[in-house]
Write a protein that binds this ligand. Structure first.
Ligand code: DC
Length: 245
């Protein structure tokens, strides 16, 4: 399939920025900030895998993998809509899915569910269809390696696992008002997901050879954005054209 940025030169090129890395490294925050800065749209591909996991959990609370059948996949139709500078799964009222796809249960199962090749095919098809219409900053695990291997800009975000656990915990506290888990449990979940995401057979978490690496362990949000923008200025200055630099 031809992706948006591979169009022949006479047709408009819609750019994709790919941001990959392990859980909690800061991909989504950077993706959101870049989308704002460049006038693009942020897609959190993990939200698709989380939505499928939440739905599978409804059908089989004890073992959601049992829900991943050909019939389930055939009927799968996640409603997606733009909201602000973001595009992603929404509920029947058109509201973006939030805390319901970030529960401890979804965290517990999402890596297992996203291992299934048919689940991945579904999400990838949805992402590629969005990229035909919108300029996107997409964050995930395999965006620069498998979904958009020709993306003109790719980032790979890394961060010390302890710092990642602390950030995730802070996010969860903010979302829920209180932390449902302690740091040790969050760290264990992060490390387990890293292991499954990196070792799965289909499209594992892996740095693309042409990705620019940003280690966010000692960088605050502004410094991360500036580092990314500086790289874009050199690699793909057309993305900054007409923007305040
Ligand atoms: O980014 P996140 O933690 O919300 O992602 C949740 C899970 O979804 C992650 O553990 C693995 C899976 N995922 C994936 O396999 N591929 C992607 N492109 C994005 C997420």
């Amino acid at each position: 399939m031809r992706s948006a940025h591979q169009s022949p030169s006479e047709t408009p090129i819609i750019p994709v920025i790919a941001i990959d890395g392990p859980a909690g490294a800061g991909k989504s925050t950077l993706a959101r900030d870049l989308a704002e800065r460049l006038g693009m749209y942020h897609v959190d591909s993990g939200a698709f895998y989380r939505t499928i996991t939440a739905w599978a959990l409804k059908a089989h609370p004890q073992n959601p993998e049992k829900a991943i059948t050909p019939a389930f996949l055939e009927q799968l139709d996640i409603p997606v809509a733009p909201y602000g500078r973001r595009i992603g799964p929404v509920n029947r009222q058109g509201q973006p899915l939030g805390t319901e796809i970030r529960t401890p249960e979804v965290n517990r199962w999402v890596s297992e569910i996203s291992r299934h090749p048919r689940v991945r095919e579904y999400v990838n098809a949805r992402l590629r269809a969005l990229a035909v219409r919108w300029p996107l900053v997409i964050d995930g695990r395999d965006i620069g390696t498998a979904v958009f291997p020709d993306a003109p800009v790719k980032f790979f975000i890394t961060c010390d696992p302890h710092v990642r656990a602390q950030r995730r915990l802070a996010e969860m506290r903010q979302a829920a008002g209180a932390a449902p888990l302690d740091e040790k449990a969050v760290l264990e979940n992060i490390l387990k997901r890293d292991r499954i995401d990196s070792q799965r057979a289909t499209a594992p978490l892996k740095q693309a050879p042409d990705a620019f690496v940003i280690d966010t362990t000692h960088l605050d949000r502004t410094a991360q954005l500036e580092k990314a923008v500086e790289y874009i200025r050199q690699k793909a200055p057309f993305l900054l054209a007409g923007r305040s630099r």
